[in-house]
Design a protein around this ligand. Structure first.
Ligand code: 475
Length: 829
């Protein structure tokens, strides 16, 4: 029975590796084992970095065991599996999260203390895995945590970039500078290289059709390998462990020398460096499409390798292709992996001999597509000539897909050429484009938006024709969520302890709806006191960072208002900084008596701008320079501070979010698909200051400070701004005053900011001037509530404990039930 060797020897050896989760000595043994063997260090030759590395390796051993048990169990059960394809995975650090999910935090803290280390110091040695830009990448990371915790049989697939999102530095004049993020320079203890799991990937080349069949042969061009690296993701309070499989590009020996570089050694070496480039670096754009060949190479390498891997697993089941969708579902995180639809068709038709029509039936039952943005500049469309050069066979298949699709449209709406032009996967014109969102819709069985309002907007605007074609049920909504493990338990341990203590159990960590039971605590004086102490501690911790890192002394009794997100015009950091200038002007004008009545604020910004996004970079420069003036103005005391924290990251968010009093969410109505930092801030007790947001509905509109034009008014106002412009001093006299102040040179040479103020003076596409007055009014309401701190704390408590719906467990369960059709498969204890 036993597969190989002596069973007793095997089992005794396996047991010997088991560690009791409560046994600090046992854990210390494993750490020391790694110190002396894996690291080749000794007790007398240790530093915190080495201690972190050994601890991480010890934790990794625990993860790998669970990973093995999970895969063995799932293989034996052969359930339907979900594969989450995301080009970004913004994981952050893993050590604290892993020991918490394993239920071994205390044991590890004990063990490392006994070995002479402070666990917090070890945690700070870890570099962030920053393989993402912002919301989309962090969402994937929260979802894989929930998939593991819900025991769903699922894996994530992505790319192993050698360089994650750039490191943001600030010049002395406040300009963003970009430096590389060589996160793999130190060994990454969280990954398991699987050099044996490698798939061939082809680029370029030519296609020959096979007569009397749907098939074609794609050959030549450049071949390389995609090699797998696995990152185990432990669930909370379960043995289940999910996996993120990241691909790294590797040259293969022997390109197709005949057709590509016949006899040209130099060129063939060049090709190998082209391969090396593919997984070098994450594209640093958020909500913005770039259209570069290298990006398409990334997308194809990633999706082709993932599909080959997924299908290899399916083929082991020995089931017919017609049952593919009974065993796998592929969720596409935005359109980035959409080429997978054509790739699955190619594999089925060209390599597996499935007739085209049957292949299409199979394919369109497997994929689902999540849209994350309605911004036109973010929608992917590839220039046809570039696409054809890199993926000639895929373009042929897309033509065929589109031909059949257009046929269906023509049948339903005869002679409606305009509709066909709008819906076509190919955008006609010079140049022509391949519209990836259209391919994603045509090739999927379900499409979803990420918030109620966003999903409505999708259906009434950019995908309207497709709603008519596919029917309403084809489109759905799955509201985003965040994991309460990282975003409360890990980042705000005191609050987590208070919640667990008051509820009498930690079940809220896997059932966030239980938080609702704490809503009545808003009326409990002692609870409020405990709450205030925790918030103050978190604010002190942040204030220490601000002092140490930026040299800014802030008033911990001031309102901490955080706007922490990518720099983007639609997110309107402008509105915030202009309002800060306005506030500064008011303070300067006020008499000492008036000043006594004013509430103190600390505005905190953090976020990166895409390296090529000039206006966004200018906004950073303005914020930094306004901060310099205000923070150094002794006359205004501590009524106002402005901080820009450079190099925003998951780790920095973990310090900022628990300390926030106000969550600044002020994008132009209808432009932010969902927002997720708002959820993290709310669950940590920050009050929402923002434009319309579905969080407001959950927290109760009375807990929030809402302002500004509504989504359905934006078009009209925007039209007027462009075509019936009113001078700025009539649209918003307050903003006109602020601009005059900037132009007077208080924050540096006025010319610097001309192109920024011009965007508002002229078209004001994002309605900054139109919403400015009501933003100021909303801040005034914040002032009033802050003046009554008891009321403030009540609102904070009511906000936080109404957030149960925004757990990523709820989101992922919605996907599992409503789209994926996968069920929990818990590894038995
Ligand atoms: C939305 N990123 C948030 C979040 O659903 C939403 C990445 C690469 C290229 C282009 N764009 C991206 C995004 O589009 C993105 O992060 N979108 C965000 O997705 C998760 O919460 O509102 O802006």
């Amino acid at each position: 029975e036993w597969p190989i060797g002596d069973e007793t020897t095997w089992k005794t050896a396996l047991d010997a590796n088991d560690v009791d989760p409560e046994d600090a000595q046992g854990v210390a043994n494993t750490v020391v084992h790694h110190i002396t063997t894996s690291l080749a260090r000794q007790a007398g030759n240790m530093d915190t970095l080495a201690a972190y590395q050994a601890t991480a390796l010890s934790v990794r051993d625990q993860l790998i065991k669970r990973w093995n048990e999970t895969t063995t169990y799932h293989t034996s059960r052969a359930p339907k599996r979900i594969y989450y394809l995301s080009i970004e995975w913004l994981i952050g650090r893993s050590l604290d999260n892993a020991v918490l999910n394993l239920g071994m935090r205390n044991t590890y803290e004990d063990a490392t203390r006994k070995l002479g280390f402070n666990f917090e110091d070890l945690l700070n040695e870890e570099r962030d895995a920053a393989l993402g830009n912002g919301g989309l990448g962090r969402l994937a990371a929260c979802y894989i945590d929930s998939m593991a915790t819900l025991c769903l049989p699922g894996w994530g697939y992505g790319l192993r970039y050698n360089y994650g999102i750039f490191k943001q530095l600030l010049s002395s004049t406040g300009e963003q500078l970009e430096a590389p993020d060589p996160w793999l320079d130190r060994e990454n203890p969280w990954e398991i290289p699987r050099l044996d799991v490698a798939y061939p990937i082809r680029f370029y080349g030519h296609v020959e059709s096979v007569p009397n069949s749907d098939k074609a042969v794609w050959q030549g061009g450049m071949e390389c390998l995609a090699v797998a690296y696995d990152t185990p993701i432990p669930g909370y309070a379960t043995k289940n462990c999910a996996n993120i499989r990241l691909w790294s590009a590797k040259p293969v020996q022997g390109f197709d020398l005949n057709s590509f570089n016949a006899g040209n050694y130099e060129a063939s070496v060049q090709a190998s460096s082209e391969v090396g480039n593919i997984t070098q670096v994450l594209y640093p754009n958020d909500n913005m499409y770039a259209g570069k060949l290298l990006r398409l190479q990334q997308q194809y390498l990633w999706t082709s390798a993932s599909l080959q891997d997924i299908l290899r697993r399916f083929l082991k089941l020995d089931k017919p292709w017609s049952q593919l969708s009974d065993f796998i579902c592929i969720q596409m995180n935005d359109t980035h992996p959409t080429i997978a639809i054509a790739e699955l068709m190619r594999i089925l038709v060209d390599e597996e001999d499935v007739p085209y029509d049957q292949a299409w039936k199979i394919t369109t039952k497997v994929f689902a597509y999540t849209n994350h943005t309605v911004l036109p500049e973010a929608l992917e469309k590839w220039e046809l000539s570039l696409f054809e050069k890199l993926l000639p066979r895929h373009l042929q298949l897309i033509y065929r897909i589109n031909y059949e699709f257009m046929g269906q449209v023509a049948k339903r709406w005869p002679n409606d050429m305009d509709r066909m032009r709008r819906m076509s996967i190919i955008e006609e014109g010079t140049p022509k484009y391949v519209r990836m969102a259209h391919l994603a819709i045509v090739g999927s069985f379900k499409v979803n938006g990420v918030a109620e309002l966003h999903s409505q907007l999708l259906q009434s605007t950019i995908f309207r024709d497709f709603v008519e074609f596919k029917g309403r049920d084809f489109f759905t909504n799955v509201t985003n969520g965040i994991t309460p493990r990282r975003w409360v338990l890990q980042c705000n341990p005191e609050l987590a302890e208070l919640v667990t203590h008051t509820l009498g159990s930690d079940q809220w960590l896997t059932n966030a709806q239980l938080l609702r039971n704490l809503l009545p605590m808003a009326e409990d004086v002692n609870f409020r006191k405990a709450w205030d102490v925790i918030k103050k501690n978190n604010k002190r911790r942040l204030a220490d960072v601000l002092e140490e890192e930026l040299g800014i002394l802030v008033n911990v009794d001031s309102i901490f208002a955080c706007q922490i997100k990518r720099m983007h015009e639609y997110k309107r950091q402008t509105l915030n900084i202009f309002a800060i200038i306005h506030r500064y002007m008011q303070i300067k004008k006020a008499t000492p008596e008036e000043r006594k009545k004013m509430q103190p604020w600390t505005f905190i910004f953090a976020g990166k701008a895409a390296p090529g996004y000039y206006i966004a970079k200018l906004v950073i420069r303005l914020i930094v320079n306004v901060g310099k003036v205000i923070n150094n103005d002794l006359d205004i005391g501590d009524l106002l501070n402005v901080c820009f924290i450079p190099d925003y990251s998951v780790s920095i968010a973990e310090v900022l979010i628990p300390a926030a009093d106000v969550s600044v969410q002020i994008s132009t109505a209808g432009t932010e698909a969902s927002g997720t930092s708002n959820m993290k801030l709310a669950i940590n007790g920050a009050l929402l200051l923002g434009t319309v947001d579905e969080i407001a509905e959950d927290a109760g509109e009375d807990q929030c400070f809402m302002f500004g034009h509504l989504a359905d008014q934006v078009q009209q106002v925007r039209f007027n701004n462009s075509y019936n412009p009113i001078p700025l001093d009539q649209r918003s006299p307050e903003l006109a005053e602020v601009f005059k102040y900037i132009e007077s040179g208080v924050f540096g040479d006025a010319h610097i900011y001309e192109s920024l103020t011009k965007t508002v003076y002229e078209h004001d596409y994002y309605l900054v001037s139109n919403d400015f007055g009501s933003y100021l009014a909303a801040q005034k309401l914040v002032d009033d509530v802050w003046a009554n701190r008891d009321e403030w704390t009540k609102k904070a408590i009511l906000t936080a404990f109404a957030m149960g719906d925004f757990s990523s467990d709820r989101s992922v369960q919605d996907y599992a039930d409503g789209i994926w059709g996968v069920e929990s498969e818990r590894v038995p204890e």
